[in-house]
Ligand binder design. Structure first.
Ligand SMILES: Cc1cc2nc3c(=O)[nH]c(=O)nc-3n(C[C@H](O)[C@H](O)[C@H](O)COP(=O)(O)OP(=O)(O)OC[C@H]3O[C@@H](n4cnc5c(N)ncnc54)[C@H](O)[C@@H]3O)c2cc1C
Length: 295
């Protein structure tokens, strides 16, 4: 199919883009990498009257570490994040998870912020954002605001952004010392969206888990953080008991949807299995001082 007719704008500054978004409101859509939006347009599942293409806005093309945060501008492609050794050091979970997004050709074009703004509950990067406590920087003509990742995702393909806001930057906190991170997923084929994926971080001291973060993709309408499983990891000992308790919390509390790819029960089962797998990996990396993603 072909998209419905739309007007096309490709502003060269953020101010110009914000002006267009303010003028056209809900009738406008931002075009970043187009890897999710173009299929939606072609299938007429999205019918915007106006597209605001941000690919000419050079000021959004930056990836910088600053005061303990990795700042990812809205034009940064997923492939840049995947290949940059500084990202691997600063936010190893992001570097590891981004490799699961589609295929190289998709990551060459798709942006990190586009994936976050698209907010597919089975997508990898929203789960990473929730696991590490990322913050989204949104701008409109009225000003800028920061939205914590856990408040940003409001439902399937829905976010806290209002129609006149542009997600100009995603900020990921750099991994503190003592933490290990890991990302695992199961999908039907390599490059498919996850049936279930888990992002995990554990802080280990004297062999014990002192702190933990767990977030799931494909396990609910938004990426789900599971504080009960985190508490089980923090408070349980020995590690095998803590793992058993965390996996049982994941199976008990997650409420995944059934679809043509998998039943809700199978996804719940996967969440338990993957929790154990991902925490063991993150724990080993914390103990080895390896932090996260492989080179
Ligand atoms: C074959 C295929 C397989 C894929 N597999 C996966 C996968 O396994 N995992 C996965 O996570 N994704 C997958 N994707 C999607 C891909 O990762 C997209 O790149 C990503 O979801 C959206 O990024 P984009 O830059 O292409 O955004 P676009 O497609 O340009 O935009 C997506 C949505 O976000 C909005 N948007 C984009 N940028 C902004 C912004 N800065 N501010 C406000 N709104 C914005 C757009 O208006 C649109 O609604 C796949 C895509 C394809 C085609």
């Amino acid at each position: 199919m072909k998209p419905q007719v739309f007007a096309y704008h490709d502003p060269s500054s953020v101010e110009e883009a914000l002006e267009l978004l303010a003028r056209h409101g809900p009738g406008a859509k931002v075009l970043a990498g187009g890897q999710s939006l173009l299929p939606l347009l072609n299938l007429r599942l999205a019918r915007p009257e106006v597209l605001v293409d941000i690919n000419r806005i050079d000021s959004l093309d930056y990836l910088a570490e600053e005061s303990g945060w990795l700042r990812v501008g809205a034009r940064v492609r997923q492939r840049w994040v995947e290949r940059d050794p500084a990202v691997r050091r600063a936010v190893p979970l992001l570097a590891e998870a981004v490799r699961y997004v589609g295929h190289v050709q998709i990551r060459n074009r798709g942006t990190v912020c586009g994936s976050l703004a698209h907010a597919d509950p089975a997508a990898e990067l929203p789960a990473v954002a929730v696991a590490v406590g990322a913050r989204m920087v949104a701008r409109s003509r009225a000003g800028a605001r920061e939205i914590p990742a856990e408040e940003f995702f409001t439902g399937p393909l829905s976010t806290a952004l209002s129609p006149d806001e542009l997600l100009v930057e995603a900020r990921f906190p750099c991994s503190p010392p003592g933490w290990g991170w890991a990302f695992v997923e199961v999908s039907n084929r390599h490059g498919d969206y996850a049936l279930c994926a888990v992002a995990a971080g554990v802080c280990v001291a004297d062999g014990r888990v002192r702190d933990a973060r767990l977030a799931y993709a494909g396990a609910g309408p938004v990426p789900v953080r599971l504080p009960q499983a985190e508490t089980a990891l923090r408070e349980g000992w020995p590690l095998e008991d803590a793992l058993r308790a965390a996996c049982s919390e994941a199976r008990r509390l997650l409420e995944p949807e059934a679809d043509i790819h998998a039943s809700a029960d199978f996804r719940r089962h996967l969440a338990g299995v993957l929790t154990e797998r991902v925490v063991r990996l993150a724990y080993r990396r914390a103990v080895d001082g390896a932090g996260g993603a492989r080179a």
